[in-house]
Design a protein. Structure first.
Length: 452
């Protein structure tokens, strides 16, 4: 049986401090230039040179104000503040690349399906089918308050809203325009056939929408669908909707348990296990020799901020970790934040968390020469039953450049990484087809009037 090829996204964010907090202070880091368009277009060119499948752009609405009950550390260490809109970056980066995909995070809790569907269709047209949507429902009370709500919706209710948001979006993307609605006949003065453009009529708990999708069918129609979340309700949502999921685990064995649950849930939802591409977040420090890689790691530790890491983590679990003594067990009760993370870390101490966040992040870190890094990545792939990685930036863009120059050739020599891009859309590159398969729930709306 042939071994799976490594799929690879660069994991980034339209801000200074993303995952490895504190590294913006390193003299070789350029993340403070994130407001410059050339910062992003140069990054896109670099990633395409390295044959990355995509640039996965994280996002949040709201601020991390749980730790010490304020934004003092958030502001001083730039813990995802300031943070700019990820969608605004895509057109410029698409203009300087031909193959690189773009997975943009957008919080549906504060979007309306009708205009949002048009924004993603527009990007799918402009990128020629290279856009993906990382579906999130948000976990910050600060965002809820900023949007005029007293507090965040309960965890499972957010997913119920997300299910309905997706149903409305599918009707717009898949059902409003038939494939042959566009005619573009100058002689007959017939641009589009009105009989083949249908209004959707949706009356639900969260949304009431009646209208025509404003964009004609784009190359993928529905953007490639990403999702992160491994709570019971998150797995249920992923099983129904997601094509790519983003998960983390402490060991390959623990990862395999997660991937098995996800794939079994997809099968139970009427899809196939191979309908999911599962990505793991990871940081890599690589150098020509192991000794150089370890020295690089030691030098990075001087700039990283473990406290900023757990300030970020405080908001992830909705609990002020500054209120606990260094060795006091952290007891987390019911939370409206990230449920799976809160449960996984219950009982830890702040000291243990600070040790884990030595590089400003709780993400797994692989350190070594090219062969060692490649072996570690492939172990995660094969033993964890994942499909690829979201590669974090430690120094931007140096971390990606190091990986491209040192690790990519090693993976290619082992036959586990592509040597050229396949043509076509982002979905086609990952699944060998431009459109969602008929077994996906979006397919029920194809060539219909949008009525249930």
């Amino acid at each position: 049986m042939s071994q799976k090829q490594v799929l690879l996204n660069a994991f980034n964010m339209n801000c200074v401090g993303h995952i490895h907090h504190g590294m913006w202070t390193h003299p070789q880091d350029h993340s403070t230039e994130f407001n410059s368009l050339s910062y992003w277009t140069d990054l896109a060119r670099l990633l395409e040179r390295g044959l990355f499948d995509g640039l996965f752009i994280a996002d949040i609405l709201g601020v991390y104000d749980v730790y010490q009950q304020g934004i003092g550390l958030t502001a001083s260490e730039s813990i995802q503040l300031p943070v700019n809109d990820p969608l605004m970056l895509v057109s410029a980066m698409a203009g300087v690349t031909q193959h690189l995909g773009f997975a943009v995070t957008a919080n549906l809790s504060y979007e309306a399906p009708f205009p949002f569907a048009r924004r993603l269709s527009t990007l799918d047209h402009l990128t020629q089918g290279r856009i993906g949507w990382n579906i999130v429902t948000g976990y910050l009370d600060s965002a809820a308050r900023a949007m005029g709500n007293k507090q965040l919706l309960a965890h499972d209710q957010r997913y119920a809203q997300a299910d309905e948001f997706l149903d409305v979006s599918y009707q717009l993307w898949e059902g409003s325009w038939q494939d042959d609605a566009l005619v573009v006949d100058r002689q007959r003065r017939l641009y589009a056939d009105a009989s083949k453009i249908h209004p959707i009529r949706h009356q639900g708990e969260f949304y009431q929408v009646e209208g025509y999708h404003l964009s004609s069918p784009s190359p993928q129609r529905t953007p490639l669908l990403f999702q992160a979340g491994t709570s019971a309700r998150g797995i249920q949502f992923a099983a129904r909707h997601a094509e790519c999921t983003f998960v983390n685990a402490a060991t390959p064995a623990a990862m395999r348990q997660q991937t098995q649950r996800l794939r079994e849930a997809a099968t139970a939802a009427g899809r196939r296990a191979e309908d999911l591409r599962i990505f793991m977040g990871v940081g890599v420090i690589v150098a020509p020799t192991e000794r150089e890689a370890q020295e690089k790691h030691r030098s990075y530790l001087e700039y990283a901020s473990p406290e900023a890491g757990i300030a970020h983590f405080s908001s992830s679990i909705g609990l002020d970790l500054a209120a606990f003594g260094p060795d006091e067990p952290i007891i987390s009760g019911e939370t409206r934040a990230i449920e799976s993370v809160s449960q996984a870390y219950s009982g830890w101490t702040r000291r243990r968390l600070l040790e884990q966040h030595a590089m400003g992040s709780r993400y797994p870190l692989i350190i070594g020469n090219p062969a060692q890094v490649a072996e570690a990545l492939l172990q995660w792939m094969d033993e964890g039953d994942i499909d690829g990685f979201n590669l974090t930036r430690i120094l931007n863009p140096q971390s990606y450049r190091d990986f491209i120059e040192l690790v990519v050739p090693e993976l290619q020599q082992r036959g586990r990484y592509k040597t050229t891009y396949q043509p076509g859309s982002l979905r086609n590159k990952l699944f060998q087809q431009d459109r969602l398969p008929d077994r996906h729930p979006a397919a029920q709306w194809r060539h219909t009037t949008g009525r249930r």
